[in-house]
Design a protein around this ligand. Sequence first.
Ligand code: NAD
Ligand code: DAU
Length: 334
Amino acid sequence: MKLLVTGGAGFIGSNFVHYILKKYPDYQVVNLDLLTYAGNLENLKELENNPNYKFVKGDIADFELVNNLVKDCDIIVHFAAESHVDRSILDSEEFIRTNVIGTHTLLEAAKNNGNKRFHHVSTDEVFGALKMDDPKFNEKTPYDPRSPYSASKASSDHLVRAYFHTYNLPITISNCSNNYGPYMFPEKLFPLFITNLIEDKKVPLYGDGMNVRDWLYVEDHCVAIDAIIHKGRIGETYCVGGDAEKNNKEITYKILELMGKGEDMIEFVKDRPGHDRRYAIDFSKIKNELGWEPSVSFEEGLQKTIEWYKNNEAWWKDIKSGEYAKYYEKQYGK
Ligand code: NAD
Ligand code: DAU
């Protein structure tokens, strides 16, 4: 099988490329990535000499390029996106360009090349925010995105479904909850807090710290996508979650404990505008149809993640001292 993976140099995409080539060594992977601030070829260094892996630097919104790459693949697995909510609040233009126009460009190329199989990697944020006693999100939950990021992802999901209904494009969609694990860019909660603590810096907790997310170890997300691209029903959406609802305060205390730091390292900062209170996923559809469920417990995943950041200081120190430093200053001050 020949896969065109978009955004394979980012957090989840690079974990997916490693996972797929390990599980199916005879598959071929072409990784199309623009290498924005979030894309990093260091994540894929071990694959540089693998004859079944090829990297192409380019933009998913470049139709000519995408059309040529799509010609030669059996399936498109689409991760590429602007993915950070706080950045979308500062400036949303790139979110619309990549997440909406980029996805549309890929869909057009898939349609023009004999209706190629298309898997779209999306998020639970398209469903909006839950109250504490609301039932979890499932595939029938109405869309209610509330940030420029989630609105752009919702828009891309609608386009993907429209191509299925209008052109019979063989699509599937996964809406996944919060991931964590290796190669996660240190602007997101887990890597930011872990690396700050390694550097003996405080951790910025938004608002009252009581917002809830449903955490999934990244490799379990890769297993879910593997199941969907091989066994998923065409035209269907699958909700993927970690069965690990935690509030940010709980997570922060757990990280502090595992890293031997005290609560004096917490700095309560201004809340994120429009901060969604709670996300949680009911993943019974993918469990019943495809036999998928999370396999890594939150405790195990957190330990592994802390270890990874401790053992890969060069990876994140480079990032934290580069272009990212400017964003960090804008967001949190010096
Ligand atoms: P990321 O920001 O770490 O990586 C995104 C990758 O896309 C980067 O390598 C970047 O260079 C590339 N990219 C951006 N714009 C591009 C363009 N125009 N053309 C080509 N490449 C481009 O993101 P992530 O956290 O790995 O998320 C991957 C996907 O999974 C996204 O679609 C996101 O919405 C979705 N998702 C993420 C999470 C999560 O917790 N991180 C959870 C559910 C779903
Ligand atoms: O739910 C899936 C989504 O999860 C993905 O679609 C997004 O791409 C991904 O970035 C993630 O979005 P969140 O906004 O939930 O993740 P983030 O790591 O930015 O924040 C997690 C929680 O922690 C959220 O409630 C905000 C809070 N937070 C975050 C940061 C960066 C803080 O309290 N302080 C921080 O410094």
